[in-house]
Design a protein around this ligand. Structure first.
Ligand code: SF4
Length: 333
């Protein structure tokens, strides 16, 4: 171990913060958080008594840096963001993470729904920052089915032409005649941004599994449209409501009587492999199940592996449920 590194760590403050372990190429290979930085980081410099996993990490360690935070909670948020940014080799990670599909509501004035993978997102030019991501999901086929279903119920824009609210030079395509698109290409006099925004919010409610809120919203808007004698809009909302009720009736798996939003996480380990099975329950019903194989768990206890998954997974999702039920109590490394 380099004497200068020991000296450097000896000058670390003993306050809460995040540390970044780097290899000889200055790549971040591990990110961790600590209540007391100096005390925690010294652990990685020990000459004996370390578990094999830390010994491997130590053999690649060339430098350590730190960022001080005001408290441990702030350190946890920063740690999650840094893990998301650097994807360090020795942190617990989702296997094939970049290939998991997500659904994205684009950030255009009239958003579209797209399926994409993180590897594609990185290759694209930066968006407007208003994109909304849902996922990660593990089954691309199920994501495509969901997109098809949503395309039938909610008439979002389907083409990639940029629209500003002015009528487009070309006439609406066949999707408009088939009631598959509201045709915002006709301009915002025909399709006001506010009306289109409602559609987008309804899709977000659907993808978050908030079916009761969605049904209530559609019912209210349908009655309002009838009251205003906007019969075409009222008929569209009625059809959406009926289609949704049909979907909900096919999928009535009530799990809890409390109607809670919960994620249930179960860690499964077999030989050297580990995975987390995630059940998403929204409004008391099972919304989806996903299975995430993990990397970087060799030599970790179940508690440590689960803690690593929680940090990685929840740094990638847009919203978290009120409760998370775990197969074991997570323990920080
Ligand atoms: S109707 Fe207009 S906005 Fe909709 S997909 Fe066709 S061209 Fe695009």
């Amino acid at each position: 171990m380099n004497g200068w590194l020991e000296e450097k760590v000896g000058r670390f403050p003993n306050s809460p913060g995040v540390y970044l372990i780097k290899d000889a190429g200055q790549r971040v290979i591990y990110v961790g958080k600590a209540k007391a930085l100096r005390q925690r980081v010294r652990y990685y410099l020990a000459k004996e008594g370390l578990p094999p996993r830390i010994k491997v990490l130590q053999s690649h360690m060339a430098d350590i840096e730190y960022i001080v935070t005001d408290n441990e909670a702030e350190a946890l948020v920063l740690e999650c963001n840094l893990i998301k940014k650097h994807r360090p080799r020795y942190n617990v990670n989702l296997k094939d993470d970049k290939d998991y599909p997500y659904l994205m509501l684009t950030g255009e004035p009239y958003p579209r729904l797209e399926m994409l993978r993180l590897s594609q997102k990185k290759r694209r030019s930066p968006g407007s920052g208003k994109e909304r991501l849902f996922g990660p999901y593990t089954k691309a086929g199920a994501v495509r089915d969901t997109m098809r279903l949503l395309g039938k119920i909610f008439p979002l824009k389907r083409c990639r032409q940029p629209l500003t609210g002015e009528p487009a030079p070309k006439r609406p395509c066949l999707n408009y005649q088939m009631n598959r698109c509201l045709a915002p290409c006709r301009g915002q006099d025909q399709v006001p941004f506010s009306e289109y925004r409602q559609l987008v919010e309804q899709i977000a409610l659907f993808l978050e599994g908030r079916m009761s809120s969605l049904e209530q919203d559609l019912t209210w808007r349908m009655k309002e449209a009838s009251r205003q004698k906007a019969f075409e809009r009222a008929a569209r909302l009625r059809d959406q409501l009926l289609a949704l009720k049909e979907v909900a009736a096919q999928d009535q798996k009530v799990l809890t009587i409390k109607g809670l939003d919960q994620d249930v996480l179960a860690l499964v380990k077999l030989n050297q492999r580990a995975a987390v099975h995630l059940f998403k329950i929204r409004e008391g019903k099972l919304l989806s199940q996903e299975h995430f194989p993990l990397t970087g768990t060799s030599g970790l206890t179940d508690q440590e592996a689960l803690a690593g998954f929680i940090k990685t997974y929840y740094s990638r999702v847009e919203s978290s449920p009120a409760e998370i039920i775990l197969s074991c109590w997570p323990e920080d490394t």
